[in-house]
Design a protein around this ligand. Structure first.
Ligand code: NAG
Ligand code: NAG
Ligand code: NAG
Ligand code: NAG
Ligand code: NAG
Ligand code: NAG
Ligand code: NAG
Ligand code: NAG
Ligand code: NAG
Length: 446
């Protein structure tokens, strides 16, 4: 499964890059360090990380008027869809709490500073650590004579909720379930289940960030993402945890319900979709995966959009058109939903202070992401559905491609760094990027 290994490998590379670029660009507030809590009760539920370690979360307690409101954020970080890549992952922080940093920095939508996060700063905020490799949705295991792997994402989700309920979640007045990337996908998958645990009187909503992974056709006319997800759903036993109304409607291809675009119309809880129409992760893995560009014609374009030729730009515009098409029903018909589909080459915009809310953060109609999400959540104003004009019209984007291939490592990034350090880091990471690039090409026998 070379392609899938590559997808995983490249995900790792993207993550690495993100570490460098996620260093806070907004000086003055480094964000708050929050300790890890291991879920002791998880073992009794058979809820384990890939390697058998206990799952974990980080809780920053709410205060003042926010003390009975809860924001839960799924961490992201790609997927593993075959035994080999899951074995590899189980030996890293992506598959084991044993290798994770024990504190994370809460920034962006997790910030507790009112001027950086005006609507949610005083809420109880929880970051759910990701260690199952299947967006918190699997339920299976693999065992042979020598290896044992747990695919227990769904049980981890359940165990964390059961742990949080007595800590005050069961009395929540307001709640928001969110997540980035693979965690943004989890948000779609668990949104209604989240609602079912909370009081009927609670105001519960969900917000997916960079989780709208499209059932795209790549530039070699293959459905790379679809094959990848089909393998993932099968390996990790996800199908039984997908929305039953959706899997019934999509029979005989129930694994399609892992794609947000197909499950969306079955979700009853109000949901907000935050995504770039040129999401960098999807550009690099869904539209132009290495398997679809064996000659490397896209290499420069992938790194810097200004290097794309007209044909490549057409493909990117086509991707945006497909994404908007997949969202059209939601855009027209969803009365309680919201969206912010901008045109920046980016991936994950709510967890980073710079993109969530800062003087230079991306905007649509002069409105920041923080303001749009906040207005939607609290019902301020009428329309909460923003769609940007196509690239290159948006002047609020930064379009530093690696800068935006964020995943959810934000919290594992070393605390606070200056812009000088950032520059050094960028250079370092660019070389790492080139190195991995060469390595993946080599792995492809090219
Ligand atoms: C909140 O953030 C602002 C802007 O970065 C900063 O000036 C202020 O010192 C921060 N407040 C606290 C309590 O950290
Ligand atoms: C976090 O953990 C450290 C080390 O175990 C401890 O010293 C500190 O008091 C903890 N902080 C909180 C807020 O619990
Ligand atoms: C078990 O699976 C692992 C990972 O695929 C493999 O390396 C190992 O050789 C297998 N062991 C046996 C006894 O088949
Ligand atoms: C939510 O998911 C858990 C398993 O994680 C399941 O036990 C529970 O029945 C689900 N609730 C609903 C309403 O589907
Ligand atoms: C992609 O499609 C081409 C034909 O369009 C096929 O030859 C190739 O094997 C496919 N690659 C993958 C990775 O599926
Ligand atoms: C499936 O759809 C029916 C009819 O719309 C609805 O009553 C039921 O709650 C749905 N089930 C789930 C699990 O969403
Ligand atoms: C909106 O819903 C109506 C009724 O369910 C449906 O006929 C229509 O096609 C939907 N609009 C879009 C853009 O899908
Ligand atoms: C954009 O909003 C800012 C305040 O958020 C305001 O100062 C500025 O004038 C607005 N610009 C435009 C073009 O409306
Ligand atoms: C992208 O390329 C353009 C010109 O080709 C250059 O001006 C710009 O600095 C490059 N951006 C990055 C992030 O390398």
């Amino acid at each position: 499964m070379k392609t899938t290994r590559l997808l995983d490998l490249t995900a790792a590379m993207v993550l690495l890059l993100y570490v460098a670029f996620s260093l806070p660009l907004v000086s003055g507030d480094p964000g708050r360090r929050v300790n890890m809590t291991l879920v002791r009760g998880a073992a009794a539920l058979g809820a384990f990380c890939l390697d058998g370690s206990l799952p974990a979360y980080h809780l920053d307690k709410g205060f003042g008027a926010g003390s009975r409101n809860w924001l839960l954020q799924f961490e992201g970080g790609g997927w593993c869809n075959d035994i080999a890549s899951c074995v590899d992952r189980s030996k890293t922080r992506r598959g084991s709490t044993r290798f994770m940093t024990k504190t994370v920095v809460f920034t962006g939508i997790l910030s507790n500073n009112a001027s950086l996060n005006p609507d949610f700063y005083n809420w109880n905020k929880v970051r759910l650590r990701y260690c199952d490799g299947a967006s918190f949705a699997g339920d299976a295991h693999f065992r042979n004579g020598t290896s044992l792997l747990y695919f227990r994402g769904q049980r981890i989700w359940n165990a964390i909720i059961l742990d949080l309920l007595p800590k005050g979640l069961s009395q929540a007045r307001k709640a928001l379930l969110t997540g980035c990337s693979a965690g943004g996908l989890s948000t779609f998958l668990h949104c209604d289940n989240f609602t079912s645990y909370l009081p009927k009187t609670a105001n519960v909503k969900c917000m997916s960030d960079a989780g709208f992974f499209l059932d795209a056709i790549d530039v070699a006319s293959n459905r790379t993402m679809r094959s990848f997800y089909t393998q993932l759903v099968s390996l990790q036993g996800i199908q039984k945890n997908l929305d039953p109304n959706c899997t019934r409607a999509f029979y005989p291809e129930p694994s399609l319900c892992f794609f947000p675009q197909y499950v969306l119309r079955f979700i009853k809880t109000p949901i907000f979709i935050l995504n770039s129409a040129y999401d960098v992760f999807q550009f690099h893995h869904g539209l132009v995966p290495p398997s679809a560009d064996r000659t490397g014609r896209w290499n420069h374009c992938k790194l810097n959009v200004t290097a794309c030729n007209p044909h490549q730009l057409d493909a990117l515009q086509g991707f945006r058109t497909d994404m908007l098409g997949a969202l059209m029903n939601f855009f027209r018909n969803s009365t309680r939903g919201g969206m912010f589909i901008n045109s920046c080459f980016d991936h994950c915009q709510s967890a980073l202070q710079e993109t969530w809310l800062s003087p230079t953060s991306p905007r649509i109609h002069n409105k920041t992401i923080a303001a749009t999400v906040g207005d939607w959540y609290f019902g301020r104003g009428s329309e909460a559905k923003e769609i940007d004009c196509p690239y290159p019209c948006d002047k609020t984007c930064h379009n530093l491609i690696p800068a935006s291939t964020t995943d959810s490592l934000a919290s594992s990034a070393p605390g606070h760094n200056s812009r000088g350090n950032l520059f050094t880091f960028c250079c370092f990471c660019f070389f790492i990027y080139l190195f991995f690039f060469a390595w993946t090409m080599n792995a492809c026998n090219l």
